[in-house]
Design a protein around this ligand. Structure first.
Ligand SMILES: NC(=O)c1ccc[n+]([C@@H]2O[C@H](COP(=O)([O-])OP(=O)(O)OC[C@H]3O[C@@H](n4cnc5c(N)ncnc54)[C@H](O)[C@@H]3O)[C@@H](O)[C@H]2O)c1
Length: 335
């Protein structure tokens, strides 16, 4: 999808829904590269813009308060439409503001990072962080319209952010499409991110979320790679060398595939194929006997757990996962 398609989808939606006032929420980087992205829409609606400082620390209740205040001072009413234009930080914060301002206003996401296109902008999870606790305050609140992704926005995205999104993309291939995984394997260098890969991930996530919007059961399938992934992300941050979310997820995929193979769900042949692919594109941190207890500590505090046992999604073949596996600590120590 190109920018013209996004503008067309939005203008049709605004016309149908009689939307007259639109506020764009973005961050400084996206503003720098794409200051006029929505300029054509100003012929049909009044447009305003809020530009946020970049970085995860902006995803806070303080930022939400500032945005609520701005909207209230400018007398934006319940018919105002919020357009979140940015990465996952902007989408999560903007979705949260939209769900709470005047008990909920309409909004849409125009994601600008690969991670946001295939994950954060889809599925209705909004939220802010509280000190070091990620996403601890939030809502389930769905965009008024799910737009297609404009992959050309990735041209300006730093390579590390592309890699981070690629970690999530590989997850979708592993749990949802053997065909996509095998296509990714064909490239010796880092694969070009084709629009159809992004479309597949969006559609896959939408279908899962439709079946379980509030993440009670089936949606847990999307957690593949994230139990180890979140623990590795927290461990690295604590050690003072933070890594991007998707890079931690890629390592999580590696260890959760290993676990799936050790428990007999995944064949040795497929495990070796996946391990080779992940090790080619991502740095995989060795998990020593010294590190495992620290990772376990984070896993035990993971919000995905039930009944105080660590909850895993496992792969039973490339392209298919099963969920809600309670795994004993001793199994993890013997990986
Ligand atoms: N709600 C969900 O379901 C969900 C899912 C996954 C992740 N998330 C959240 O998403 C956030 C991470 O998202 P992210 O990785 O997109 O980070 P981000 O939004 O912080 O963006 C990463 C960096 O890229 C810059 N950037 C964005 N688009 C750009 C572009 N097109 N060109 C150049 N620079 C650009 C940003 O300014 C920022 O510096 C986290 O807060 C995470 O919790 C939410």
């Amino acid at each position: 999808m190109a920018k013209t398609d996004i503008i067309r989808q939005l203008s049709e939606h605004f016309r149908r829904q009689n939307i007259r006032r639109v506020v764009v929420l973005t961050d400084e980087n996206v503003e720098k590269y794409y200051p006029d992205y929505f300029s054509e829409l100003s012929e049909m609606v009044s447009m305003d813009k809020i530009v946020l400082p970049i970085g995860e620390h902006t995803k806070s209740i303080d930022s939400a308060i500032q945005i609520w205040q701005y909207l209230a001072e400018k007398q934006y009413d319940r018919d105002t439409f919020l357009l979140n234009f940015g990465g996952g930080m902007v989408c999560d914060l903007g979705g949260f503001v939209a769900s709470t301002y005047k008990r909920g206003i309409r909004f849409a996401n125009v994601p600008t990072t690969l991670l946001a296109m295939i994950d954060a902008a889809v599925g209705g999870k909004t939220g802010v962080n509280m000190q070091r606790l990620k996403n601890v305050v939030g809502t389930f609140y769905f965009p008024d319209i799910q737009l297609s992704a404009d992959v050309s926005l990735l041209d300006t995205l730093p390579q590390e952010e592309i890699y981070s999104g690629f970690g999530e993309l590989v997850k979708y291939a592993l749990i949802g499409s053997a065909e996509l995984f095998h296509e990714l394997c064909q490239s010796d260098v880092f694969p070009v991110i084709k629009p159809e890969y992004v479309d597949f991930c969006i559609k896959f996530k939408q279908e899962v979320v439709e079946k379980d919007p509030k993440d009670q059961d089936f949606r847990h399938i999307l957690n593949f790679g994230h139990t180890f992934g979140h623990a590795i992300e927290s461990y690295c941050a604590e050690k003072g060398f933070p890594i991007a979310h998707g890079l931690a997820v890629a390592q999580g995929l590696y260890y959760e595939c290993l676990l799936s193979a050790k428990l007999g769900y995944l064949s040795q042949e497929e495990w070796h194929q996946i391990a080779e692919f992940l090790a080619k594109h991502f740095e995989i941190m060795p998990i020593t006997d010294k590190i495992m207890p620290k990772l376990l500590h984070y896993m035990q505090n993971d919000k995905k757990n039930q009944h105080e046992e660590i909850n895993f999604t496992l792969l039973d073949r490339i392209g298919h996962a099963t969920y809600n596996h309670q795994i004993q600590d001793s199994t993890l120590f013997n990986l």
